[in-house]
Design a protein around this ligand. Structure first.
Ligand code: HAM
Length: 428
């Protein structure tokens, strides 16, 4: 028997309503903030991620799903920002639209060691604003993340905020870290000793306890920031204060992707355990130019949908709250039933029938399990009288309705606009 690949999940029908709920809420909130959806391919040239995320990042070094063709190496996208940046440049969105606000929902792939909240195929709910360096965009992005969480009814999360500053400031930060750690190499883990040479900022968020003790003693605040970056960071904090958004300044927050400059943030939730980030994001003002576009400031974030679902309360399963279930009893009734089913569906009424030839009792039980609102019974008696028996499953009330009237009656009960049935000549 085949099993799913480790680190992947089947999203079964009973869970799908929770996914749809998250997706619907997101689309509504993104639209309120005037973001438009973008759908980019799941495969990209691997080099796009080497260039964007950085050759020395863990994702590029160890976690990409790669496949080679005669000319190129392709990767299953490990994240969405690089793809959106590529698409922005390739489709000349800078010329046609300039400033863009985009969102995306879709699967991402990282060859990680699976554990709770860490998968090899997971889903991002993310957004990117390209074409602005204005600090108020940072405020909008963080407030959007905050409002999304509120709309998902998720509470008790923490927003951690930092500014890495511009490229020059990042170099200065690297210098400060190097100076502070050069005598303490023996106390650092092997990974951090390697990071010191190739990706020094990552030393700051090493998860190793001993490294953390050493690193937390470093005197790091905002000395690495130039005047402009310091002013921008102040404006962002003021903007968040004005909107009463709670955040914690964390000078050790650096994030694992090289493209970040300026603001970086991470949203954590204690309930998640070791993998505690619900989502994260930040500015990447140099990426578009580095990928061959014109200079364009940009900022975005992504939530991991699986992690959102781990901390949001399961919604009761309301599979199809207005379902009409038809129970035909006998061969003739089966034909009448299938005609009625077709008419109901054409009239926009969610409906289904028993295809298994169940007894009345068995079919009623099935209707009940499905959470049907109404049951329509068609037996020999009903056919003779040109009626059906309509049962309200909530009240238990049962009565006969003329065959010709049943679609209209159910339509009125479901309050479905009946423009379709009026104009659809197929409805008999
Ligand atoms: P990231 O921090 O790598 O950022 O991913 C964002 C979120 O995706 C994480 O906070 C986490 O919730 C979820 N996530 C990441 N890896 C996994 C995994 N293996 N399994 C389950 N969930 C995972 C980015 O990808 C950036 N592109 C975010 C961004 C957008 N920055 C600017 N714009």
């Amino acid at each position: 028997m085949f099993k799913k690949v480790p680190g992947t999940r089947d999203i079964l029908p009973q869970e799908v309503s929770r996914w749809q709920n998250i997706e619907e809420i997101s689309r509504r909130v993104f639209t309120i903030y005037n973001y438009q959806e973008i759908r980019s391919p799941v495969i990209e040239e691997a080099l796009l991620f080497n260039r964007s995320l950085g050759d020395s990042t863990e994702i590029v070094q160890k976690q990409m799903f790669l496949t080679k063709s005669a000319k190129s190496t392709y990767a299953l996208r490990p994240e969405g920002t690089a793809s959106v940046a590529r698409s922005y440049i390739e489709n000349n969105l800078n010329k046609t639209q300039g400033f863009v606000k985009l969102y995306y929902i879709g699967p991402m792939f990282r060859l990680e060691r699976p554990q709770k909240g860490r998968l090899r195929q997971f889903h991002h709910l993310g957004c990117e604003v390209i074409g602005s360096v204005e600090p108020l965009t940072d405020v909008e992005i963080i407030s959007l993340a905050d409002n999304l969480l509120e709309a998902f009814s998720i509470a008790d999360y923490q927003i951690h905020l930092n500014s890495l500053g511009c490229s020059k400031d990042k170099k200065e930060l690297a210098r400060i870290i190097h100076k502070g750690l050069k005598d303490k190499l023996s106390k650092l883990c092997a990974d951090c000793r390697r990071r010191l040479k190739i990706n020094i900022l990552r030393v700051l968020d090493c998860k190793n306890k001993t490294c953390q003790e050493v690193v937390r003693k470093l005197n790091i605040h905002d000395e690495h920031l130039c005047l402009q970056c310091k002013n921008n960071f102040e404006k962002i904090k003021e903007g968040l204060d004005l909107l009463k958004i709670d955040y914690h300044i964390n000078p050790f927050l650096v994030r694992g992707l090289d493209y970040y400059t300026g603001t970086v943030f991470e949203i954590t939730h204690k309930q998640l355990g070791a993998q505690d980030a619900l989502g994260a994001g930040g500015r990447y003002d140099n990426l578009i130019k580095e990928l061959g576009g014109t200079q364009a400031g940009a900022i975005g974030f992504a939530f991991g949908i699986e992690r959102l679902l781990l901390v949001s309360n399961p919604k009761p399963q309301t599979s199809n709250p207005k379902l009409v279930y038809i129970i035909p009893l006998g061969e003739k009734a089966r034909i009448e039933g299938s005609k009625l089913l077709d008419n109901l569906r054409k009239a926009g009424i969610a409906s289904d029938t028993d295809y298994e030839g169940k007894s009345l009792k068995g079919a009623m039980r099935r209707a009940n399990d499905l959470g049907a609102k109404y049951v329509v019974i068609i037996g020999e008696d009903e056919i003779k009288k040109s009626v059906v028996t309509l049962k309200d499953m909530e009240s238990g009330e049962q009565r006969e309705v003329r065959q010709n009237d049943i679609v209209r009656e159910l339509q009125n009960k479901s309050q479905i606009p009946n423009h379709k049935s009026q104009t659809n000549p197929n409805i008999k």
